[in-house]
Design a protein. Structure first.
Length: 301
């Protein structure tokens, strides 16, 4: 390859300033190709897409940011920054504008769903397609045992209700998220939970995560608006869901069928971090789906 050319699958690690915060992001692919923004979940960051990005970059411009408090982005304390889903969505919205992403698809997972859906409902004209992997927008998706103590915290933000949630940021819980529901534990790299736990163990990060667990209670009131966005704007949607996830089980995937007409639906025999076990398959589905539903940019000669 000539020295002045770069492989489209080469990943670059960049930072942009948004509201005085350093927002880290991974970027790959030809910027003239259709863009897909990858929005990560808890307790991870853009590292969860480390294997997917080079696959998608063969055809697409791929951007994967870390939210404030996650990964390599700035981590102000809870006293310095409002850790809410409204605020994270605002930062991510401004992030897409800073990168001049006027039209793009989104991959939303876990926390990425309420962040991405806020952006989509605000700017429906910008969204070309949505890939959903264990990302919730319906009450059915959080009607399970995992959410019971969290819902008590939403009702009463007390130390007594926070205490049962503290173990969620411990190594055992992080490893549980990666392994529970997986078919072959030997296919799950320990790099994932080791990387994530290093972030969670930073001084002050546990307080950040508790704030966001509390703020997650702000998401269900938005569900009707997001569902109306689905029905009205009908974004092409691809579901690639780990059906054995005990946080966002398949019960949360099924209701999308009520509101989306252009929906491709796949459940995988794995857990919360479906990419860890089925990354190749999911990457191929995304590439095929976006190639069908997202128009190729018009090239100016």
């Amino acid at each position: 390859m000539p020295q002045n050319q770069t492989s489209p699958t080469k990943v670059f690690y960049r930072t942009v300033k948004i509201e005085k915060l350093d927002i880290f992001y991974r970027e790959a692919g030809d910027k003239n190709s259709p863009t897909i923004v990858l929005l990560h979940g808890f307790p991870t960051d853009s590292h969860m897409f480390r294997n997917l990005i080079p696959m998608l970059a063969q055809k697409f411009h791929v951007v994967a940011p870390d939210y404030p408090g996650f990964g390599q982005s700035s981590m102000p304390s809870v006293k310095e920054f409002e850790y809410s889903f409204d605020n994270l969505a605002n930062i991510m919205d401004k992030f897409t504008e800073a990168l001049k992403l006027s039209k793009f698809s989104m991959y939303v997972m876990d926390y990425g769903a309420p962040i991405g859906y806020r952006i989509a409902a605000k700017h429906p004209e910008r969204i070309q397609a949505i890939v959903v992997q264990n990302g919730n927008a319906y009450d059915e998706g959080i009607d399970n045992d995992f959410w019971k103590p969290i819902k008590e915290y939403w009702k009463d933000k007390s130390a007594a209700n926070a205490n049962p949630l503290v173990p969620l940021v411990a190594l055992e819980a992080t490893k549980w998220q990666y392994q529970t529901g997986a078919q072959n534990l030997e296919a799950i790299s320990p790099d994932g939970w080791i990387h994530d736990q290093a972030g969670l163990d930073r001084p002050g990060n546990a307080e950040i995560q508790l704030e966001l667990l509390y703020s997650y209670g702000s998401n269900p009131p938005h569900y009707p608006r997001w569902q109306e966005y689905f029905r009205t704007h009908q974004p092409p949607m691809l579901i690639v869901w780990g059906k054995n996830d005990q946080i966002f089980p398949a019960a949360g995937a099924e209701p999308y069928k009520r509101d989306l007409k252009n929906l491709e639906f796949h459940l995988f025999e794995t857990g919360h971090f479906a990419l860890e076990e089925f990354g190749q398959e999911i990457g191929e589905l995304i590439s095929e789906f976006l190639s069908k539903v997202v128009p190729a940019p018009v090239k100016v000669s």
